[in-house]
Design a binder for this molecule. Structure first.
Ligand code: CA
Ligand code: CA
Length: 417
């Protein structure tokens, strides 16, 4: 398939970096904290503006010390008196709070230091109100260092969580739907804390914010090295496993030659024309080793059932407008597509990628077939190989996770059953 290099490449790299450093909710919140609701916004931006009403976690606030205004939710764990000192009793005054994502947090590295301006000290200072310890608050102010430590200054609002006028972003129709069977992940109280309990477009929007925050964007050349790590054959450390064919092949046998492996874009790069510039085209969550000729057969076909057998790819089928991978990776493919849909939402110089229910999408920023992908997610749940690679990408490479590997039921929660 032809490699398309969009003219927006340079701008996209620059804005992609900005997105990685600043959550969209912050970018759309003015310094005074009021969302720009009077100006009509594009679809993606409007969706992100909704998120501006959702409090950040403390860990997100620590990672977003941009000076911008935001609301942060956390438990009161003490009073900071120096950069690495937080006292829990005998509070010296009412000037500052330390908040954390856990009420039992003791590490100052996981605390946000919140300035308490004079107008708020009698109601929200710890010396006057020691019973605030352990209470969960929503605080609004500028995300900026305080006591030479990640903090919030010029704090303009304090409230107990749940009493603030936080917008309800979940559509009524989805709140009343039966919830899919839930799973738990070790990241539910940290990475996913702000997504838990959401459904529909509210969940989509929040997952976008989560998986787009603090991301390291790889170059296309770095993808080779990443894949040799993420897709290593569990039975042979010298090899990687090709996604569609299932063949184990030498890590160093990569390139463009017949029977070598190369970098397959599971979300075909022509669907949205993102090419191989730093961004969706180098997002290793959907990049996999594959045999050069099988990769060529898949081309930019949408995913669907049926067709004729694919050479060198046992269990794979293809026809004029679709490709069907082997059973063992059907769910893997689906969850990569769903990840891309929440990771790339437009507004960053790249197209808003979404699944739809057709085949033959060509260069449109869509991939089908949604009904089939949802079925594949159910019939092939996350396996050890998939979970391991998600963890390696998070720990070593991009520092973001595929939420649908941790919570496959979120596919139903976002796109319905
Ligand atoms: Ca699988
Ligand atoms: Ca999207």
């Amino acid at each position: 398939m032809p490699v398309v290099i969009p003219r927006r490449r340079i701008a996209a790299v620059v804005t992609g970096l900005a997105v990685a450093l600043v959550p969209p909710s912050l970018a759309l919140t003015s310094a005074a904290g009021s969302p720009a609701t009077t100006v009509p916004l594009p679809r993606a931006a409007a969706a992100q503006a909704v998120v501006a009403a959702v409090p950040l976690t403390v860990s997100q606030a620590i990672g977003s010390q941009t000076g911008q205004s935001a609301t942060v939710r956390g438990y009161v764990v003490g009073q900071p008196t120096a950069t690495s000192t937080v006292v829990r009793s005998n509070f010296p005054n009412d000037y500052a709070l330390a908040i954390a994502d856990s009420a039992s947090e003791t590490s100052t590295s996981r605390m946000l230091y919140v300035q308490v301006p004079s107008a708020f000290r009698s109601a929200w200072g710890l010396q006057s109100n020691p019973s605030l310890m352990g209470r969960r608050l929503d605080v609004t102010g500028a995300l900026a260092a305080y006591f030479s430590h990640p903090g919030m200054t010029s704090t303009s609002a304090f409230a107990f969580s749940g009493t603030s006028p936080t917008a309800t972003t979940t559509p009524t129709s989805t709140t009343t739907s039966p919830s899919p069977t839930g799973t738990t992940s070790p990241y539910d109280s940290t990475y996913y804390a702000s997504a838990i309990g959401r459904t529909g477009s509210a969940l989509h929007t929040e997952l976008h914010r989560i998986v787009s925050s603090g991301v390291t964007t790889l170059t296309y050349d770095q993808v080779w090295t990443a894949l040799k790590d993420t897709d290593q054959d569990p039975g042979n450390a010298n090899n990687v496993v090709e996604i569609y064919s299932g063949r184990s092949i030498g890590k160093s046998d990569n390139g463009g030659g017949v029977d070598q492996w190369n970098r397959e874009h599971v979300w075909a790069k022509s669907h949205g024309d993102f090419g191989t510039a730093n961004g969706p085209g180098t997002d290793v969550h959907h990049l996999r080793p594959e045999d050069v000729t099988v990769n060529s057969t898949r081309g930019n076909l949408d995913f669907d059932l049926g067709g004729s057998a694919v050479s060198q790819c046992t269990g794979c089928l293809s026809d004029a407008d679709s490709f069907e991978p082997r059973n063992a990776v059907k769910g893997d493919v689906a969850r990569m597509i769903f990840y891309m849909a929440v990771r790339w939402d437009g507004g960053d110089g790249f197209a808003d990628l979404e699944p739809n229910n057709v085949v033959g999408n060509g260069s449109a920023p869509y991939i089908g077939k949604l009904s089939v992908l949802k079925q594949w997610n159910l019939q092939d749940p996350p396996d050890a190989f998939e979970r391991r690679r998600n963890q390696i990408i998070f720990d070593t490479w991009q520092h973001n996770r595929n939420p649908f590997i941790d919570h496959p039921e979120w596919v139903t929660a976002v796109w319905g059953s």
